[in-house]
Design a protein around this ligand. Structure first.
Ligand code: AMP
Length: 280
């Protein structure tokens, strides 16, 4: 695996490959890698000749400075995992390679999806996501980008980013299923911060989403949302939302014939977890 820290160097290296028509798959991450990340890597390796992974904890997408400060960093272990999984290229840039002096953040017009759900609870978050992904795509110029359904709204935002910038003409988005622990908890780098007690109750988030899915035929959506909210609070979560929304617009569900997804965000011991489940 070749490791690059400088944007110009990885761009030069990959542009030589693209002259030879070598398909490049790209997996952007913030590190503290787990099997969810590795599933994206595996998918990319199957479909491309070269797989590039990036590890960059993007300061501009953290609305909470404490969350940024405490974000897990396990670079040595990450590098070992990437080598063991056959990653070809790792991009590990310092901040100034992504946001060089004079960088002016564009304003991305994401429409309503910017301000609902995660956007509501994390103001500015999706502008930060767009900034980093836009820069990474300029630097790496892949044929395919691999994203996890775990971050459902982020997938929608990045799809919109590609449309806004015209990058959709040459970059395909591949969205891969959420990888879970045996007890249902969605794998996440932030799970490393859970203590034993918090870890024990954390799967309740997925459990409540599953209860909503099972209860959907024949029950009112509002009642299901209300029960799930209350059960999570009773388990010690501080709930931001657990809701059924339209899977294309993220607007509140009107009826069960729409494409629906149940989405949730809740904190346990100050650690904020998100998850979702497609319902139909
Ligand atoms: P992160 O390092 O959390 O920014 O995530 C990097 C990529 O991995 C994003 O596209 C995430 O959606 C994806 N990802 C994170 N957790 C999982 C998971 N449990 N299953 C599948 N993909 C995931």
């Amino acid at each position: 695996m070749i490791i690059f820290k400088r944007a110009s160097e990885i761009t030069d290296y990959l542009s030589r490959l693209s002259e030879e028509d070598t398909p490049v798959g790209f997996v952007p991450t913030m590190g503290a890698l787990h099997e969810g990340h590795l599933s994206l890597l595996d998918a990319s390796r199957k479909q491309n000749s070269v797989t590039v992974c990036s590890i960059f904890i993007n300061p501009s997408q953290f609305n909470n400075p404490e969350d940024f400060r405490l974000y897990p960093v396990t670079v040595e272990k990450d590098i070992e995992m990437l080598i063991a999984h056959g990653c070809d290229v790792l991009f590990l840039p310092p901040v100034e390679e992504i946001y060089p002096p004079g960088y002016v953040a564009p304003a991305y017009d994401l429409g309503a999806m910017e301000h609902v759900l995660e956007g509501h609870y994390r103001p500015g978050h999706f502008q930060g996501v767009c900034q980093v992904v836009d820069r990474l795509l300029d630097i790496i110029s892949p044929d395919r980008i691999y994203l996890g359904q775990k971050d459902f709204q982020q997938c929608m935002v990045i799809k919109k980013l590609l449309e806004l910038t015209g990058k959709n003409a040459r970059i395909q988005i591949q969205i891969m299923p959420t990888i879970r622990e045996a007890d249902g908890l969605a794998m996440s780098s932030r799970n490393l911060r859970l203590n034993e007690d918090e870890r024990r109750v954390a799967p309740a988030l997925f459990h409540e989403l599953s209860v909503i899915r099972a209860g959907l035929p024949g029950n009112s959506i509002e009642q299901l949302e209300h029960d799930a909210y209350r059960n999570l609070e009773n388990n010690g979560f501080s709930v931001d939302y657990i809701k059924v929304v339209n899977a294309n617009s993220l607007a509140p569900a009107q009826n069960i014939s729409e494409p629906l997804v149940a989405v949730a965000a809740a904190s346990i011991g100050g650690i904020r977890l998100i998850d979702n489940l497609i319902l139909n």
